[in-house]
Design a protein around this ligand. Structure first.
Ligand code: SD4
Length: 322
């Protein structure tokens, strides 16, 4: 794995250098680079999602199918207790889920927030984008729409049972109500177009009705087909107050690399926020050239990357105050 990984890095570096030379000299044809397709996502569980998403692309599937397929698997697994119906419950003991999806060409998007009993909120978000003239549906309306569209759901009576069991368990002081994680997944397809998605049960123990950054375009996810895309994970309140992923994409538009843009936005938020760097925010980003990066405020942040050259989890150290 190690040698495959370093070979993959060397390849990538060479290819990026070649492509930079080619675009300066205007000499080589703009054939798709082997850095495309590329899939980037948050946390180690992202590797599972990336591999499925990449397989969809390699079989000729669309970037939206890739995003949806990858994220659905993490929602299905709910394995870390923070995405999907197995995710961390709210303060009343049941999960309320948030998700969004965005497609670069035509700047289309769909989102659901605070939805209950929907097994795949990413699919509901995609249906909002493709089957309505709206962008975002919340709560009861989002559930009603998802059911009407045939998106897999559980009876809310099951949620009530889950709630009773959880409230009983929560009396145990050893049970951790807090904690959170999100899958944000970005795809650069073979044609150089970008799409992304995001799904979470949000912050554990949140007030019922609380909506975090994940379903908010420009906060938990932003895609701009001219430039690149960014996704977020961490404490949503510290992301959404700064339109952080929109900001990252705009900094890339101004010439920063994805890595520089992610770091710059952590610094910018930390500079003005009373919490300083103790923000618990993490970002991933990629650009049209197939470059990618990540940054986190106050923790080591693992994220997953997959191309045809290999699939791996990389780690980035916390950004340090400057
Ligand atoms: C939220 N950003 O609802 C999500 C939670 C998360 O890592 O990503 N945690 O605030």
């Amino acid at each position: 794995m190690r040698s495959k990984t370093s070979t993959c890095r060397v390849h990538r570096t060479l290819l990026l250098a070649l492509s930079a030379l080619a675009s300066c000299a205007g000499a080589l044809p703009t054939a798709p680079l082997p850095t495309r397709p590329l899939v980037l996502s948050t946390w180690p569980f992202g590797q599972t999602a990336n591999d499925l998403a990449l397989a969809v692309l390699q079989k000729g599937g669309s970037r939206l199918d890739a995003v949806e397929t990858g994220i659905r698997e993490i929602e299905r697994l709910s394995s870390d207790g923070s995405v999907g119906l197995g995710g961390r419950p709210n303060a009343a003991g049941y999960p309320q889920l948030d998700a969004c999806i965005m497609d670069g060409p035509q700047h289309r998007a769909g989102s659901v927030a605070g939805v209950e009993g929907i097994v795949h909120p990413i699919t509901a978000a995609r249906r909002v984008m493709e089957a309505t003239k709206h962008v975002m549906l919340v709560g009861e309306g989002a559930r009603w729409f998802a059911l009407e569209q045939g998106v897999e759901a559980v009876d809310t009576k099951d949620l009530a049972a889950k709630k009773d069991a959880w409230v009983a368990r929560a009396r145990d002081p050893k049970v951790d109500r807090a904690g959170h994680d999100t899958i944000a997944l970005l795809v650069l397809d073979a044609d150089g177009h970008i799409a992304g998605g995001c799904s979470t049960s949000g912050a554990g123990g949140k007030l019922p009705g609380r909506v975090g950054d994940s379903p908010i375009l420009g906060a938990g996810l932003y895609v701009d087909d001219e430039v690149g895309a960014a996704g977020a994970t961490g404490i949503g309140e510290n992301v959404m107050r700064y339109c952080a992923t929109f900001l990252i994409v705009e900094r890339m538009r101004q010439g920063l690399t994805p890595q520089q843009a992610c770091e710059e936005v952590v610094h910018r938020i930390a500079r003005v926020d009373p919490k300083g760097y103790a923000l618990d925010i993490c970002f991933i980003a990629l650009d049209k050239q197939g470059r990618y990066g990540a940054a986190a405020s106050n923790q080591m942040f693992p994220y997953a990357i997959a191309t045809s050259a290999g699939s791996e989890v990389q780690k980035v150290a916390a950004v340090t105050a400057r």
